[in-house]
Design a protein around this ligand. Structure first.
Ligand code: FES
Ligand code: FES
Length: 142
């Protein structure tokens, strides 16, 4: 249907023109994580200052879902408080598992495009890869 094709377009847009893709200089939290089901990996870099994620970038190779999701994640968490980013990550996982999620928590936007993915369980790990990397990074920092 139309919504599905809109969602596909959003995912392809992030895949072809990823936001915040690249490398940062200076002191950063750096997290390498791979998806054990396929071996694809992501390298995430974050700057956290006064409990705020002030910058975030990613590199890596993976399927369109994982790369689009990484792009969307970086946009979603940049400028957010760490606690709020963790809440979003939890909401995102719940959404991928097909649970009802308060739309506010997810701030909707492009991320909603990934909701359709949750119908394909094999892809859930692709969609959550970047979010798990972000979680690991901010949790290790404490
Ligand atoms: Fe991840 Fe196919 S898209 S397993
Ligand atoms: Fe490897 Fe999706 S198939 S991250």
């Amino acid at each position: 249907n139309n919504l599905d094709s809109l969602y596909r377009q959003v995912i392809m847009d992030h895949y072809k023109a990823p936001r915040n893709r690249g490398k940062m200089d200076g002191d950063t939290l750096t997290i390498d994580m791979n998806n054990p089901t396929c071996g694809d990996r992501i390298e995430l870099q974050m700057k956290v200052e006064d409990d705020i994620i002030t910058d975030v970038k990613f590199l890596g190779e993976g399927c369109s879902i994982s790369m689009a999701s990484a792009s969307m994640m970086t946009e979603a968490v940049k400028g957010k408080r760490v606690a709020d980013a963790l809440d979003m990550s939890e909401a995102f996982s719940d959404m991928m598992l097909g649970k009802d999620v308060d739309a506010d928590e997810m701030e909707e936007g492009d991320i909603a495009a990934l909701q359709g993915v949750s119908q394909f369980p094999a892809r859930i790990k692709c969609a959550t890869l970047a979010w798990k990397a972000m979680e690991k990074g901010v949790k290790n920092e404490d």
